[in-house]
Write a protein that binds this ligand. Sequence first.
Ligand SMILES: [Zn+2]
Length: 104
Amino acid sequence: MVGQKSKGKQKIQGEGRYGRYKSKKSYRMVFVKTPGGRTTTHYKKKKPSAAKCASCGAKLSGISRERPYKMQNMPKSSKKAERPFGGYYCSKCARKEIKKEARK
Ligand SMILES: [Zn+2]
């Protein structure tokens, strides 16, 4: 009586009314409007947290927040600031660091 089919059905019931994604914290809901006018819900992976400055911990601006597989195909200029210490220090800390290096 208890075949694989019934086992699968039980699993679906356990997922609940909102589907399997509701309980997962790593997903975000995206509302997509279809050509027919309906709005459907798509579940996508959440974006990772923003890159931070190595010395003061401030969020680095000008750096895109994407999952690694999307970062691979992005241009280098959108992944880090094009200056010395870009993508590592924020602009303030980079300025300090460059001065320190020059005064040595
Ligand atoms: Zn900083």
